[in-house]
Design a protein around this ligand. Structure first.
Ligand SMILES: Cc1cc2nc3c(=O)[nH]c(=O)nc-3n(C[C@H](O)[C@H](O)[C@H](O)COP(=O)(O)OP(=O)(O)OC[C@H]3O[C@@H](n4cnc5c(N)ncnc54)[C@H](O)[C@@H]3O)c2cc1C
Length: 271
């Protein structure tokens, strides 16, 4: 498995999580080659793949090659349709294109308006589902805006479930503070980010601990503080019965790292 970056998905994940997932991939006996790119695919006499060559000069024999270097909307077939496109099909907040009664939704869509903390093309399943629900309302006569709220996403890396709520960037910005906890077993971690000045909670990455979407969605919409989130962290746990719980350990480590952060249930001013 060739990865251009120094750790798996480190262009999206902070390095701690990217390193943890890299180790987990390797623990499943995948030969993960970091900072390595595909240079050439070599075929046999029948035109089938037989090996690849990396930019480090290594030749690796193989029976198939999977390339997963990003997604781009397949919208070429629309080029003479009169429907406005850029990278995706352009839509307004009602998912309307520039042509009356023609709508677009899902991976192929590019929003023409900005939403805080969100990109204009979002290729994840739940945004497609939400757009479908919104558009169904509109088509059935209740004109409804697409308002996805705070960003979230989930995925799974082998055995490790991943969820993210709000904005946890690969590198924190000046105004942000962060706290990272990792379990000694190396398959669970949590990364919290908040505004240094206001203590407003900005986002969380959780690996190996399942979180309740409705809690984090509400706390982000309500501009809750980091202290509030920690005070209520147990409520957000969505792991099955009899799973071990780690909130006490997480909160203890947080208090040791940030002894001066006082309980502050709601942030009134946001920057
Ligand atoms: C490997 C992989 C892993 C993913 N993992 C996650 C994940 O963990 N979490 C997550 O949130 N999202 C994930 N996604 C993204 C998620 O699958 C997509 O966001 C979602 O399926 C988009 O739905 P959609 O209906 O917009 O598009 P699609 O599901 O792509 O459906 C578009 C359909 O249109 C058809 N089509 C295309 N062109 C034409 C044409 N000219 N004429 C007729 N039909 C056409 C296609 O064949 C396809 O059936 C993953 C995607 C991939 C590929």
């Amino acid at each position: 498995m060739l990865v251009r970056e120094s750790a798996f998905w480190s262009n999206v994940l902070p390095l701690q999580e990217a390193n943890m997932i890299s180790r987990h991939i390797q623990s499943h006996h995948v030969d993960l080659k970091l900072e390595t790119e595909l240079k050439e695919i070599q075929s046999d006499d029948k035109g089938c793949v037989q090996s690849i060559v990396t930019n480090r000069g290594e030749t690796i024999s193989c029976q198939f090659v999977g390339l997963t270097v990003g997604v781009s909307p397949a919208i070429e077939f629309l080029k003479d349709s009169g429907i406005a496109t850029k990278r995706g099909i352009l839509v307004n907040e009602y998912l309307e294109t520039n042509i009356p009664d023609v709508y677009a939704l899902g991976d192929c869509v590019e929003r023409t308006y900005d939403l805080p903390g969100r990109r204009n093309i979002e290729q994840v399943w739940y945004t497609g589902r939400m757009m479908g629900e919104v558009l169904a309302q509109t088509i059935c006569g209740v004109k409804t805006k697409y308002e996805p709220g705070p960003w979230f996403n989930s995925a799974k890396f082998f055995d490790i479930e991943y969820q993210t709520y709000g904005n946890v960037r690969s590198t924190t910005e000046n105004i942000e503070n962060e706290f990272y906890w990792e379990h000694s077993g190396g398959t669970k971690c949590m990364h919290l980010v908040w505004n240094k000045q206001t203590q407003q909670f900005l986002g969380i990455n959780s690996f190996g601990i399942r979180l309740r979407h409705e809690c984090f969605d509400r706390w982000l919409r309500d501009n809750q503080s980091i202290q509030f989130v920690l005070d209520h962290l147990k409520e957000a746990n969505f792991d099955p019965e009899f799973f071990n719980r780690y909130e006490d350990e997480i909160i203890k480590q947080f208090s040791e790292t940030f002894p001066n952060l006082k309980a502050n249930s709601k942030v009134t001013s946001t920057l």
